[in-house]
Design a protein around this ligand. Structure first.
Ligand code: BG6
Length: 282
């Protein structure tokens, strides 16, 4: 077995955890692009045609959506700037036998683009592989304005490998209200025991439980500080329109994205907000 450890080559951080568990984090967007569990099974989907050179957000892994989830309410482009900019590696180390990396992003001319969200802030992303090979991703948002609150929405836009999306299911959302982004953001109620992917699915489940099972992905997603769960698969036609995903790859992933959307969070100057996800293979 390889020894647990941490390496950084200037653009990617590699974590080696217990057993065969590993994680890779690109400094571009602080995007976790790979996580293998303790048996060495890769659990996150990364498009083989994703841009990894910083020219676009990375299609796959766990992009960070901030200061908005969705289209340009605060920043001009979809899902905000956090996934589009290079982050700084603050620390990387073994801590109590666990490999951990910490990446940060602060305000810049780019984050102030458009002038709508021209705030001072610090984002800190902590990625760690736990004793059982589980992946922990924590994010904190600090308002560094001298005066003045800001608001934001946030998502950890996680892509999971599945062998056949039409057999995959997300269990634990029955009875919840959701906004259906594939149907004009209408508010609906989930009637089914499990969410299946027999066509385009693009939903934001309000007040989702803090633990959901992804059948077909072999993963349980746990979340804190992220009340919503977005479920997404673009299916055939919309995948063909994505420049950074092979046409047939809609069959290979589901997105289950812990998010804070309804309502947006508001932070006073000097205040911080923390949230996290834990991904466990089952
Ligand atoms: C999901 C949204 O979170 O992200 C979808 O709900 C969107 O509407 C998808 O299509 C991918 O967005 P992007 O900007 O990465 O293509």
């Amino acid at each position: 077995m390889p020894s647990p450890g941490y390496t950084f080559n200037g653009s990617t951080v590699e974590l080696q955890g217990p057993g065969l568990s590993t994680a890779t984090i690109h400094t571009h967007g602080a995007t976790v692009t790979a996580w293998s569990d303790a048996t060495g099974t890769p659990r996150l989907y990364l498009s083989p045609t994703a841009a990894l050179d910083g020219s676009a957000p990375i299609r796959g892994g766990i992009p960070v959506c901030f200061p908005q989830f969705g289209p340009g309410a605060r920043w001009p482009k979809q899902h905000g700037f956090a996934r589009r900019l290079p982050w700084t590696v603050e620390t990387g180390a073994m801590e109590s036998g666990v490999p951990r990396a910490v990446l940060t992003l602060e305000e810049s001319e780019q984050t102030k683009e458009g002038g709508v969200w021209a705030h001072c802030f610090l984002l800190r992303l902590v990625v760690e592989i736990g004793a059982g090979g589980q992946l922990l991703v924590g994010i904190s948002v600090e308002n560094r304005n001298e005066v003045g609150a800001f608001d934001f929405t946030l998502a950890l836009h996680s892509y999971f490998n599945v062998t056949d999306v039409e057999k995959a299911k997300i269990v634990g959302l029955k009875g919840l209200s959701y906004r259906d982004n594939a149907d004009g953001l209408k508010e609906k109620t989930e009637e089914d025991e499990a969410v299946a992917f027999a066509g385009e699915v693009d939903r934001c489940y309000i007040g989702a439980p803090n633990s959901v099972l992804l059948e077909g992905a072999g993963v349980v997603v746990e979340k804190e500080g992220l009340p919503e769960l977005v479920t997404w698969n673009p299916y055939k036609e919309k995948t063909a329109a994505l420049p950074d995903m092979p046409d047939g790859d809609w069959q290979k992933f589901v997105c289950a994205e812990p998010a804070l959307v309804y309502p947006a969070a508001s932070l006073e100057a000097g205040a911080s907000y923390s949230a996290s996800i834990t991904l466990r293979a089952i």
